[in-house]
Design a protein around this ligand. Sequence first.
Ligand code: FAD
Length: 344
Amino acid sequence: MNSDAQILIAGAGPAGLSCALGLLRLGLVPRIVERVPAGAARSSPRGLTLRPRTLALLEPLGVAERLIAAGHKVSALRVEEGGRVLARFDLSTLACGFPFVLCLPEDVLVSILMERVNELGGRIEAGLAVTNIRIEADSRVQAHFSDGTEAVYERVIGADGANSAVRTALGIPFTGYEYPGGWFFSDEAVDETPEAGVLSLLPGGGMAFTLPCGAGRVRRVSTIAFEGALPLPICVRRAQSVERGGVRLIGTAAAAHGPFGGVGMSRAVEDGLSWAPAPDDSAGTGATDQTLAAMLELSETVFRAGRIKGGAGRFFRAYVLFLCEKVPGFRRRVLRALSGDLSD
Ligand SMILES: Cc1cc2nc3c(=O)[nH]c(=O)nc-3n(C[C@H](O)[C@H](O)[C@H](O)COP(=O)(O)OP(=O)(O)OC[C@H]3O[C@@H](n4cnc5c(N)ncnc54)[C@H](O)[C@@H]3O)c2cc1C
């Protein structure tokens, strides 16, 4: 245990570990506690993709090359309807250091981030949960742990997932909605790994996504149930406040939105990295809100387009996709959005 720590991170998932790396880079050694005991499997399968922007943010922390070595690069995306290709997008034309989406299982990401945290002098206390949180009059935070101990911190980072104990202890509402009908997914073995990710628009309304994961595997995600598929709940929920006293919520503890276009894991990492101020800087960078709002708007547009059933609507959709591929300004926007740049 780091008994001098002034910052506590609850949860060693993608968000908590990324936050820890950001703090370690500033020379701050946080205390990191993780409810799941060492060696125990996290619930899986989960997140699978890291977008170019996330890799660029992770590069200065010395992990991008390791992640790339462990993952599978996907540079092309096709949109199809009934086997007919409506549009193709080639990420390799992006003017950025990482012109591809990296497919990498979440447990591999977590173990590489943990390895780096240890190299930089951090330590993860596995099998120890935060059970309660109380904000004191001077904004410092008293934390209670599952082993019966308690301690006071300048800052507590709640990176403890969608059912956050930190958020619950503070009584912060987590409100939103569920996507009707549910989604379904499976990880499957295939004879040959496809080169491109494929978004299939289904004739009866709905969509399916096939993502190559390397080593003869693909992930299929669909709005229609299929054989061997598991249900994938997609909900959009946000904490009414992400900052209270010395407590900050990040990752899924702050906002849950399902995998939404494969960006859940990327957003958790970016959120973790966006918060790395010194303990006396209570503001943090708080990049989350804008990015999240832009991402949800984009996802809603894609979902709405995927639900179109009628002939005229489908014709219009195909025309818009044609323009998105062929008109350079539109194509650049699509590619930038895929890379994680939602600035306009
Ligand atoms: C089935 C499924 C499929 C998904 N597919 C994709 C996908 O294809 N692409 C994609 O980008 N994203 C996907 N996601 C989303 C992605 O997994 C999440 O966005 C990401 O895991 C969020 O990271 P996080 O660090 O915020 O939270 P989590 O990964 O939930 O990490 C929270 C951590 O906190 C720990 N913890 C919990 N409570 C406590 C406590 N009281 N004290 C201490 N520690 C605690 C937990 O054990 C956990 O390790 C998927 C999610 C699911 C469930």
